[in-house]
Design a protein around this ligand. Structure first.
Ligand SMILES: *Cc1c(COP(=O)(O)O)cnc(C)c1O
Length: 479
């Protein structure tokens, strides 16, 4: 399998060549040259597999430059009951992504947040940690991962890379802007290869610094700077796996269809659902849920894609979905325009010139039903209502992001055929967002035993001004 850029660059790298980096040389996003098809016979055989075995089968269609035995071993070491030990009462940690029915056969929660940091980012980042280690060892190389986080990505990356001898992580976060629990998760890591940098500014300042450092080609090459941001193809590939796993858990035969509802921000999670569906998974609907930052809902309702300015981005109680532009969306639009790089480049030129593009009235937009997409928006009041409802009706605590998904799922639930179960992806555990849970329920969530007292541990963080040179100097001294 070779990969290519959405913007048409001539290079055709293999999986391991794009693993450590970010954008393609032309600023596009990498995609496999063709989407591998999964046959009905394969689906039948896969139904019985463990998560790690299923991961191997799916990944081996997308990764052809790692020998099969090695890839199987990487999957077995990644998806372990120990790594996913934050399974809740009644869930089997060995299932990695257990399905919890709220209404049997009709409405369920697919638990993607049982990993080390209690958010679905672990599902992909844990695999990335093992893949990085493997590829760097083979090549005798090292990498310095530079990233910016407003919460979940940074901790997932650090927990995946901690203690890896060929990787150092430099993670920028906005000083004083994350929850006490999120800060404690990152800053209490004592591993020598983890460097936390709190920038006295907003998340966007941190993000801009990462972009500036990454676009300095000389600095990047000299210090072997790599990326693990949400456009990383390996993260998308890893996320495809749980759509198959959730499908098998929710159905008894491959003649059945399911629908997924996905709390969305950068469009990475639901895009993986689109890939799974394109491979042949029987998915009736992909339901996209946004919070007040509804740039994606606007697109799916009107055909207009208008990325917002940072100043137009709302700070909400589902912060991991507070995005102004959806970085993976380009991959989806590429499919929508018939995988034509020239058409894709034209649309992004329109964004640069006019701030938006409009597909209404074009044949492209007519494809959306064919792709199974629908969408909706949820607000702070909706989140509180859904947290209360789900707790009262089913005795289950959901986090604010999953609550956004539940709100939009409810909107579409009754339209689905009765034999199509709807799975809401649970993207974080309630324990991560105690304040909002308390606001909704009057009582806080239970904190997993091994994370109690986390906030009292000593913390390691360097506070720096939001200046590119300061960050460069910090990195240069430590690599
Ligand atoms: C990152 C994140 C999301 C959004 O996922 P995307 O892949 O960016 O669409 C939703 N919920 C939580 C808890 C997250 O951490």
């Amino acid at each position: 399998m070779k990969y290519f850029s959405t913007r048409g660059h001539a290079a055709r790298p293999a999986f391991c060549d794009i693993l450590l980096g970010g954008l393609a040389p032309d600023g596009g996003l990498y995609l496999p040259e063709s989407i591998p098809a999964v046959s009905r016979a394969e689906l039948d055989a896969w139904r019985r597999l463990s998560y790690a075995e299923l991961a191997f089968e799916i990944l081996s269609k997308l990764i052809t430059d790692i020998p099969a035995d090695d890839l199987r071993d990487i999957c077995a070491r990644t998806y372990t009951a120990d790594a996913y030990r934050h399974a809740r009462a009644g869930e089997d940690p060995a299932r990695i992504a257990p399905l919890r029915w709220l209404e049997p056969g009709k409405l369920g929660l697919l638990a993607l947040s049982n990993g080390p940091t209690l958010a679905f980012k672990d599902m992909a980042m844990q695999l990335l940690g093992h893949l990085f280690e493997y590829v760097l060892e083979k090549r005798g190389e090292t990498v310095n991962v530079l990233g910016a986080t407003s919460g979940d990505t940074g901790s997932a990356a650090e927990y995946a890379m901690r203690g890896k001898s060929r990787v150092k992580v430099f993670m920028l976060s906005p000083h004083g802007k994350m929850s006490a629990f999120q800060r404690a998760q990152m800053y209490s890591l004592a591993d020598e290869n983890i460097f936390n940098i709190a920038v006295t500014g907003m998340f966007d300042d941190a993000q801009d610094i990462v972009k500036a450092v990454s676009s300095d080609a000389a600095f990047k090459a000299r210090h072997r700077i790599g990326a693990v941001n949400s456009i990383n193809w390996a993260r998308v590939a890893a996320q495809v796996i749980y759509y198959f796993y959730g499908y098998f858990a929710a159905t008894s035969s491959n003649a059945q269809q399911v629908a997924f509802c996905v709390p969305s921000g950068n469009f990475g999670n639901i895009y993986a659902g689109h890939v799974a569906r394109s491979m042949g998974l029987p998915v009736a609907r992909l339901i996209l849920a946004t919070n007040e930052n509804n740039v994606l809902d606007e697109f799916f309702r009107t055909g207009v894609y208008r990325p917002r300015k940072a100043s137009e981005t709302h700070v909400t109680s589902s912060p991991s979905m507070d995005i102004s532009k959806a970085s993976n969306f380009e991959r989806f639009v590429f499919d929508l325009v018939g995988r034509d790089p020239a058409a894709l480049v034209g649309l992004w030129e329109e964004i640069a010139a006019k701030g938006a593009f409009d597909l209404s009235g074009t044949p492209y937009l007519a494809r959306l039903p064919e792709f199974g997409f629908v969408s909706g928006t949820s607000t702070h009041a909706d989140r509180l209502t859904m947290i209360r409802n789900v707790h009262a009706r089913y005795g289950v605590m959901i986090d604010p992001h999953t609550a956004d998904g539940m709100k939009v799922a409810r909107q579409y639930l009754d339209d689905l055929p009765t034999d199509v179960p709807l799975l809401v992806l649970e993207t974080a555990q309630a324990a991560k967002f105690a304040d909002t849970l308390r606001e909704a329920l009057g009582c806080g969530p239970e904190i997993p035993v091994d994370l109690q007292g986390l906030e009292a541990l000593p913390q390691r963080v360097e506070v720096l001004p939001p200046a590119v040179e300061a960050v460069k100097a910090f990195i240069a001294e430590r690599v």
